[in-house]
Design a protein around this ligand. Structure first.
Ligand SMILES: Nc1ncnc2c1ncn2[C@@H]1O[C@H](COP(=O)(O)OP(=O)(O)OP(=O)(O)O)[C@@H](O)[C@H]1O
Ligand SMILES: [Mg+2]
Length: 302
């Protein structure tokens, strides 16, 4: 991070403020109320989430970031209906979420396509499950495969695709069910930097054109600031909301903005929250004993 004088990350241009004012007037797609989650372990209980309250508005892009183990995946699994909260509730368009449903599409980091099905069959899968006849499901699936630019690969199997292509199919499969919200848990975490950048641009393009709200977990600060309207920063032990940041970078996003003052100021704030200054007694020092002669010391000058 540079030492340049950055503006306050809370400072928003008129256009950005206006955008957030309008965003907050949109209907609430997903609401989380007083959510707590405890897991029973052999040694007692782990409190994974504590008092999470959040409203996600229609067509909003929310990114979630926080240290490992702060409860990000637990939260998204509860939103998906895959896990039950200990207390509190999740509402989708005002209705309680109790189990998985087609109105919530999921994309995970690991490649979750069925390896024995082709691209087309993978995308059709949920449609057939939810009662579409085979021809309609096939026609729908083709449209989505076309949209993600993989028409030539509709009869390929997952092992014949690159990592980025697999994640594009996973996104198409989730979107084919016309979800109200797309729940993404580090979907690009396993991709190389270049493919990841392409996938980010590609996801923004989809989001711009399709009526869907996005809840996206990441470990990557740049990714969070680049994609999000708001960033939910969680802290660990127990997993609580640290801050909810309105990203002051204008929409639509463009890679040129990575070096803008608003972008860097937001990134700096998230970094401060995730890596707070060390407290006394908190020691990262490695207890290593030198096992090389002094003359071979790395960086020594002869
Ligand atoms: N099924 C489970 N049983 C017991 N403890 C669990 C279970 N699932 C999660 N936990 C605990 O809950 C806490 C939150 O885990 P979670 O996987 O949600 O974190 P995370 O923020 O997604 O981490 P990461 O960044 O590493 O993916 C951790 O302490 C974890 O060990
Ligand atoms: Mg996780």
């Amino acid at each position: 991070m540079t030492d340049m004088n950055l503006p306050d990350y809370k400072q928003q241009s008129d256009a950005v403020r206006d955008r957030f004012d309008r965003l907050k007037q949109r209907p609430v797609t997903m609401e989380v109320r007083g959510l707590h989650k405890e897991f029973a372990t052999r040694g007692g209980t782990v409190q994974a989430l504590k008092d999470i309250n959040l409203k996600i508005h229609k067509r909003e892009f929310v990114c979630v970031i926080g240290p490992s183990g702060c409860g990000k995946s637990t939260l998204i699994r509860i939103l998906a209906g895959l896990e039950q909260p200990t207390s509190g509730e999740v509402l989708l368009d005002g209705k309680a979420v109790t189990k998985p449903g087609p109105e919530r599409g999921m994309v995970f980091q690991g490649y979750t396509l069925f390896p024995w099905l082709t691209v087309k069959q993978n995308v059709m899968f949920g449609l057939v499950e939810s009662g579409y006849d085979k021809n309609t499901a096939e026609a729908e699936a083709r449209q989505w495969i076309d949209l993600i630019g993989l028409a030539r690969f509709e009869n390929s199997y997952p092992h014949q695709l690159s990592g980025g292509m697999k994640q594009r199919v996973a996104i198409a499969r989730a979107l084919a069910n016309k979800p109200k919200i797309l729940l993404m848990d580090e979907p690009f975490g396993a991709l190389d930097a270049q493919t990841r950048a392409k996938m980010q641009a590609y996801l923004l393009e989809i989001w711009k054109n399709i009526d869907v709200t996005v809840f996206f977990i990441t470990h990557d600060l740049d990714e969070a600031v680049y994609l999000a309207d708001r960033i939910l920063v969680l802290k660990a032990n127990p997993g609580e909301i640290d801050e909810l940041i309105e990203v002051p970078v204008p929409q639509p996003r463009h890679p040129d903005q990575f070096l803008s003052a608003e972008f860097l100021a937001t990134k700096k704030r998230v970094e401060e929250l995730i890596h707070p200054p060390k407290e006394d007694g908190d020691d990262d020092h490695l207890n290593l004993v030198r096992m090389v002669p002094v003359s071979d010391e790395v960086g020594s000058v002869f």
